[in-house]
Design a protein. Structure first.
Length: 312
């Protein structure tokens, strides 16, 4: 900013203040002549102030006036400052097509390479998006399976509790099973069953023996057929031990012959154990022979206890 412009603006400000004082004083004047003289002095000072204003300020005032009166406004343009120390040299640029291509080819090649890299990067991004979607789907499936696992775990825990409750009930029933009242009842029931067995024929007694062995946990239970069975009626297995059974439905004690026939049947069927089962009892000679030949004897009392155990 020039010093002269600053001084002019400062003088104009003083003149404006003085004009304001004169206008305020006009209101308090009594005579019209004094008022007219004061207004003339104020107008003269305003003209002087406008005259000494810088040109840019005058243009600013004209712009405000034209805007208020809706006339075309001035356009303020900043005058470029041209440095005296800078010089410009105008020189025409003359380049051939071959030189342009030679200079532009490396840049075009680099641009093409960058474009290919951009395309590859976009393909990788799309591939990663597809992979992410696949992972999201797998995560959702895993969440569903995890929920199902939690449900199964809950059901498993509930089943374990039910099994424990049933086991307790079973133990309670087992305890009740060994009570004196229950044993008395089972002995009574077995005696009733023996009374029924006494009226069986030989075939019915063999069938009952098969049912009894099955209830006791024997397997591979078979009835022998034919006249060459050496007195053996039933074949069965208990675990890895094989058995042959000779069934004797007698009203009198069973003698030594039945023990000898059971021993022969054991050898014939190549079994480890032989048993003579009867609804009666055994003679002393039969008992003595069974001890020497290692033959098991199931008499009426043994049969009654087995019936109670198997609950048949």
């Amino acid at each position: 900013m020039k010093i002269s412009h600053f001084i002019r603006r400062f003088i104009c400000i003083l003149i404006a203040l003085k004009i304001i004082d004169i206008v305020v004083a006009v209101v308090s004047m009594q005579t019209i002549n004094n008022q007219l003289n004061a207004l003339c002095i104020a107008f003269t000072m305003m003209v002087i102030g406008y005259y000494i204003l810088p040109k840019s300020d005058k243009n600013f005032i004209h712009t405000i006036k034209n805007n208020l009166s809706r006339h075309r406004t001035y356009t303020f343009k900043k005058t470029p400052v041209v440095s005296q120390q800078m010089t410009y040299q105008k020189r025409a640029v003359d380049i051939s097509k071959q030189q342009y291509q030679a200079q532009a080819t490396p840049y075009l090649n680099e641009l093409s390479m960058l474009k290919r890299q951009l395309d590859e990067m976009n393909e990788r991004i799309e591939s990663q998006k597809a992979y992410r979607n696949q992972l999201s789907k797998q995560i959702n499936e895993l969440n569903i399976k995890y929920q199902q696992l939690n449900e199964l775990t809950t059901k498993h825990d509930s089943l374990v509790e039910d099994i424990k409750l049933l086991q307790e009930q079973k133990d309670q029933l087992a305890d009740a099973h060994v009570t004196d009242e229950y044993q008395s009842f089972m002995e009574y029931q077995s005696k009733q069953k023996l009374a029924t067995i006494d009226n069986f024929d030989g075939y019915q007694f063999e069938t009952f023996t098969c049912d009894l062995l099955k209830a006791l946990g024997f397997s591979d239970i078979k009835r022998t057929q034919g006249s060459s069975d050496f007195g053996v009626d039933v074949y069965a297995k208990n675990g890895d031990t094989s058995y042959v059974f000779q069934c004797k439905l007698y009203a009198s004690p069973v003698g030594i012959k039945a023990v000898q026939e059971a021993n022969s049947g054991r050898s014939y069927y190549n079994c480890k154990k032989a048993v003579v089962i009867t609804n009666s009892y055994f003679t002393p000679h039969a008992i003595s022979a069974s001890e020497k030949l290692d033959i098991d004897l199931w008499n009426r009392d043994k049969l009654a206890s087995l019936i109670a155990e198997a609950n048949v």
